[in-house]
Design a protein around this ligand. Sequence first.
Ligand SMILES: CSC[C@H]1O[C@H](OP(=O)(O)O)[C@H](O)[C@@H]1O
Length: 338
Amino acid sequence: MCRVVRAIDWDSGAVVIIDQTLLPGRFSTVRLETVDELIGAIRRLAVRGAPALGAAGALGVALAAGRHGTETPEALATVRAEAGRLARARPTAVNLRHGVERALAVLEHGPEAVLADALAMLDTDERINRAASRHAADLLLRLCPGRRLRVLTHCNTGRLATVAWGTALGAIRHLHAEGRLEVVLADETRPLLQGSRLTAWELADEGIPYRVLPDSAAASAMARGMVDCVVVGADRIAANGDTANKIGTYGLAVVAARHDLPFVVVATESTVDRSVPDGAGIVVEERAPEEITHFAGTRVAPEGTAVFNPAFDVTPVALVTAVVTENGVLAEGRGQTP
Ligand SMILES: CSC[C@H]1O[C@H](OP(=O)(O)O)[C@H](O)[C@@H]1O
């Protein structure tokens, strides 16, 4: 197992991240000393995942406050302007905005207070993720009694997407630790391959059995009886439980419902946006065409190819067995959970 380094941390006046664009081939950390550098890292998904982005939001405000100070109205205005740009770096992931807002709430108390609060957030992240994923694992065991589970998951929701442990992948870690996991079926998760690059890297590092599959094979795997349940993360959850998550999640929910398989969303309360009544109000990030027209830097689609490249989709809560957070079941869709 590699030395457990947090996906995002603070060191001597800089935000330090694992550069996830280089995994699994190269494990490398990057020091980010300005908000603009942090925004760039967020936009290219060097740091990613809802809870990790929440930490990035809070630590980014600490960077700005430390760099500009908070003594004068002009300094405060500069910090707030940088914080606003940071919060907009990825529009769907509400944790990023929540992390920025949390930090701005203590800005008047000075840079040290902002940093102390952000570091406290880092330290509580693992406890929160372990609690949310514990509730999810217990639910999965109630829904699928008596056997070791074959769990299909999408994207990456582990310690690379959070500060520690993970949400959906955290539930898988609990199941594995208790001998209740047979295999993880990890969608590769095009176009950026968070599944085959990052989830596979985390699972291999811990000796957790897994198979990677094309996103397009997930429906067939469920139809062929290879899957007991589906567990995914979230990037924004509306007040009614509608969930925005990595593109492809909605299709998994439809097929899971078709085959009457449990479909469980694991998230933290910080990913719930109660200002949005339902999924219709969730802004979905559109990403660059090159993510589709190129593969590993090589053009694979003709010049001039138009693309549709949303980073997320929205799953109606009616298709979800349960949305689970550190407080337990937040919302239920398809019938009562036992
Ligand atoms: C534990 S939150 C992980 C969540 O974030 C991912 O999106 P991205 O890789 O673009 O940051 C994906 O939607 C995961 O479910």
